[in-house]
Design a protein around this ligand. Sequence first.
Ligand SMILES: [Mg+2]
Length: 228
Amino acid sequence: MTPVNEELSFMYSISLTAKRFTQFLCVSLLLTKSHWVSGNIQRTCSSDSCSSVDMATRTEPKGRKPKMIVFDLDYTLWPFWVDTHVDPPFQKRKSGDVVDRNGRPVKPYREVPDVLKKLKSEGYLIAVASRTSCTKEANSLIALFNWDQYFCQKEIYPGCKLTHFNKFSAQQGIAFKDMLFFDDEYRNIQDLSKVGVTCYYIDESIGVTEAVIKEGLQQYSDGILKES
Ligand SMILES: [Mg+2]
């Protein structure tokens, strides 16, 4: 081989090596990029999966409804104490107004009749838990207001309302966790929330209204046993 040919052959080998090295570099770069992209996709998917799980956990209680709604009477369905603020016996006049012995009108909170009607039409079991000692008078008012059609059970007598609720649970076959309770006395809220009843504290200046029911149902749906 002449020196010229030897030089050409040497340069050809260098060129070939450089070409192969470049090819190697390109392939490596492509592989690295591919790995980086797939890694990003994996992280994104992983992140999506987590958010799906979180969302499911967060939204699980939404739409949860109570099987039974229980109301106190005094300062919850009507704005007085039946044992002291009104004077029985009660009667209904031809006009439909309910009055006490002295002819004074006896009325529930304004929105209560419509609230009871609506809850009943929506399929809720509705009950009364009162600790008044005037059981007969309270029942008389309920009858004159024409509310017996709404209540599946009434427990009206003095004492801790755990007794009343144990009777609801036994007779209706419903667990405490499936009950929503409205009452204006904090001692009752305390007693019942401890055993798993969702309790809504009623402001006696407002009583039960449609807005109150909406808030109570939301509280139940959110899994909050009682508002502090
Ligand atoms: Mg009360």
